[in-house]
Unconditional design. Structure first.
Length: 333
């Protein structure tokens, strides 16, 4: 029994530096590489490490890696790891899939699928086609205005997608996006589903509007503003959000599940005061995440507000607690 446990532990490699990680990507390029971005303070990460150890026993041909997200920030930033646990899947040194959160069944499913995809293709038939069609329908209805593009609005990966994002932003149009590079099934399937062979593709209320040329025509004819939903001015939105409750905490995660060590610490302090407060998860809204930094002139998270006024981040809240000033401030005295 002890030998089996040691074998499982050895099957999961721990990486402690960016150089070590890059070297591992090169060395294991031929096999599937599953990387767990974790944190020692998060109990859900410990559970997923156990799941990974079991999967390592079942899939000896797969390489499993643990990487402490906050200890190797350059790797976490490169792959946009904003919460733990997060799993990335690599083949031929390229990222092919991602899983955010502690979902053991989903992790198992993805490992099985990617581990077997090299040796045989998934079976065809009617059912997967129906599933894809349903999935595409959900995706195009995921927001009132949906852009399917190469890359993200922050980092477009082709000139046409970049131009499309610039036009939508110029007209203050509120849109969500889907990176077609992140999912080959969606990338190919949507061309057939919408009978439109190229990207980007813009949808409003689930209906295809068209690609870049059509959006340029609509802009020229001044019809674009009537078709697409407008975003509320960001400053007005931030003012409403910071005043949503008497005490508002902008953090990574929420009251139930902090997604970084600093956010977890500030929750513990606030919970110890017994004061009612609301939270906003900045990982759920990139516009708020970036905009609030400029609005409050405070570059990091978490951020604590009382009656719409910024109190500060974790260090300031710790000081106020030690000085006995935190409770009166939270009460608005």
């Amino acid at each position: 029994m002890a030998a089996g446990a040691a074998e499982a532990a050895a099957a999961v490699v721990e990486v402690g530096s960016a150089g070590q990680f890059e070297e591992l990507l090169r060395l294991r390029a031929k096999s599937l590489l599953v990387v767990h971005f974790w944190a020692p303070w998060a109990p859900q990460c410990a559970q997923m490490n156990d799941v990974m150890a079991e999967l390592a026993k079942e899939h000896p041909q797969v390489s499993f890696v643990k990487l402490e997200a906050e200890a190797v920030p350059e790797v976490s930033e490169k792959y946009e790891i904003s919460s733990v646990p997060t799993f990335l899947f690599f083949k031929n040194s390229q990222k092919i899939d991602r899983l955010d959160g502690a979902h053991a069944p989903e992790l198992t499913k993805k490992v099985q699928r990617h581990a077997s995809s090299g040796s045989f293709s998934p079976s065809g038939g009617e059912h997967p086609k129906e599933d894809l069609s349903l999935r595409l329908k959900k995706l195009i209805h995921a927001a009132p205005c949906m852009l399917f593009m190469k890359g993200t609005p922050q980092e477009p990966r082709c000139g046409f997608s970049k131009q499309m994002v610039e036009i939508l932003n110029k007209h203050n149009i509120q849109f969500s996006s889907f990176d077609i590079f992140s999912d080959e099934e969606v990338r190919q399937g949507l061309k057939t589903y919408s009978n439109w062979p190229t990207y980007p593709q813009l949808y409003v209320s689930g209906e295809l509007i068209g690609g870049l040329d059509i959006i340029k025509e609509l802009e020229a004819s001044k019809e674009l503003d009537t078709i697409c939903p407008k975003a509320p001015k960001l400053e007005e939105r931030l003012k409403v959000l910071t005043n949503k409750a008497s005490v508002m905490l902008f953090m990574k995660g929420n009251k139930q599940e902090a997604k970084c060590g600093f956010s977890r610490q500030i929750l513990e302090i606030l919970n110890s005061t017994g004061i009612e407060y609301e939270t906003f998860d900045i990982l759920e809204d990139e516009e708020v995440r970036q905009g609030l930094k400029a609005y409050s002139n405070w570059p990091t998270y978490p951020q604590l507000y009382v009656k719409g006024e910024l109190v500060g981040g974790l260090d300031i809240v710790k000081e106020l607690k030690e000085n006995g000033e935190l409770l009166p401030i939270l009460k608005g005295e």
